[in-house]
Design a protein around this ligand. Structure first.
Ligand SMILES: Nc1ncnc2c1ncn2[C@@H]1O[C@H](COP(=O)(O)OP(=O)(O)OP(=O)(O)O)[C@@H](O)[C@H]1O
Ligand SMILES: [Mg+2]
Length: 365
């Protein structure tokens, strides 16, 4: 991507206002939904498979599964949706129910702490319902075991009483379709994973796809946007529709308050600079980590704990919030000896990479 010259901001904000906005934007590019974002998102969700932008393979595969099931007049196989936050798992779960004209029952792994919780949900299902279990990897172990049986045999064993006198009463449940969503498919026990007839892996989106999503969302929000404005937002959205929609809302606010309401390239630039989201979608923490790695530690290798101290953050924050995206963009490598900056990282910071290989065993991983 070529660096644009940054045009003058449509308006200058005073320092206090700017600091306040910065504080609010501490995580403008986190992929997790924040605050009341889920309610806002509901309005922007595609309602049918045809409305879904991108994920061509998943759309085709899922389309076949659903059409075949409709043709047979039977509930389709259970579906597992896996992928990073904000890529459309909940959206697809809702679409599955809508495409089957079936009611959607919603629950989540953390809400099912006892097998009894799950038994109550399952026994309340009607034939052909779609049961959506979000964060399915966080369900309790006994509930998981109950779910295996329910998925396979449409039956659960309800245990009555305790100790040696306890008896298991088998309970039939009507055929239903389980849709599970997980950001951590690796944490699902094999037996559970194996009972899904179809697993959809959601991938990060291409900038051109995100651009379509931004234009679609702008249309739904009644925001006027230029093509280059949409492209600018898309390019900084880390391949994630949730982030694209969030940045669009921030840029829309700026356009409304500081400009004439139209989201143009200039307005997008000015807003995203204000929120410290750079041309590749890196935020302040991401850049602080890269900066410390290159300037202070000569490109590494340096241990995660040391790097965290250098940027004044908890080690977990650096490891779980900043590093995954830096690794994904090819700026940072995790090696057994510690974190290492790649030549691309030096280039992104506008620094010359050291000529020799960074080395030394000064810092432990
Ligand atoms: N393919 C898509 N086309 C258009 N919009 C999308 C698409 N995928 C996701 N979105 C938008 O992104 C937002 C987040 O999507 P969704 O809630 O489905 O993500 P998720 O994968 O369930 O995230 P989480 O792991 O946090 O639950 C929604 O508002 C939705 O409108
Ligand atoms: Mg979700």
């Amino acid at each position: 991507m070529s660096e644009h010259d940054h045009p003058a901001q449509p308006d200058q904000l005073d320092a206090a206002e700017e600091a306040h906005l910065r504080e609010l934007s501490a995580s403008a590019v986190t992929a997790e939904a924040e605050g009341d974002e889920r309610a806002i998102e509901a309005a922007l969700r595609p309602r049918t498979l045809d409305e879904v932008v991108g994920q061509a393979r998943v759309r085709e595969q899922l389309g076949l599964v659903l059409e075949a099931a409709r043709g047979r007049g039977r509930a389709p196989d259970h579906v597992l949706l896996s992928g990073p936050p904000g890529l459309g798992k909940t959206t697809l779960a809702m679409i599955i129910a809508a495409e089957l004209s079936a009611p959607l029952r919603l629950t989540s792994g953390p809400a099912i702490t006892h097998a009894g919780d799950l038994a109550a949900i399952l026994s309340g299902l009607n034939e052909d319902d779609v049961l959506f279990v979000d964060e399915i990897h966080r369900m309790s172990r006994p509930a998981e075991e109950m779910l295996y049986l329910a998925m396979e045999d449409f039956r659960v064993d309800v245990v009555i009483g305790k100790g040696p006198g306890a008896t298991a009463i088998p309970l039939e449940i009507p055929p239903f379709t389980l849709v599970g969503a997980t950001t951590r498919a690796g944490l699902l026990p094999g037996p559970l994973r194996d009972r899904f007839g179809f697993t959809a892996h959601l991938e990060f989106y291409e900038p051109t796809e995100l651009e379509l999503i931004v234009r679609r969302s702008a249309g739904l929000l009644g925001v006027r946007i230029t093509d280059d404005g949409a492209a600018e937002i898309a390019g900084r959205s880390r391949g994630t529709p949730r982030i694209a929609n969030r940045l669009l809302r921030r840029v829309r606010d700026f356009a409304q308050v500081r400009a004439d309401g139209v989201v143009t390239l200039d307005v997008a630039h000015a807003t995203l600079d204000l929120y410290e989201v750079d041309v590749l979608g890196l935020d302040r923490l991401d850049r602080a980590v890269l900066d410390a790695l290159c300037r202070r530690f000569g490109g590494g290798p340096v241990g995660a704990a040391t790097l965290a101290v250098a940027v004044g953050e908890e080690r977990e924050t650096v490891e779980e919030v900043a590093e995954p995206f830096l690794v994904r963009t090819g700026f940072l490598a995790r090696t057994p000896r510690g974190r290492v900056a790649t030549p691309a990282a030096w280039a992104h910071l506008g620094l010359a990479a050291p000529r020799s290989e960074p080395g030394g065993t000064l810092f432990e991983a």
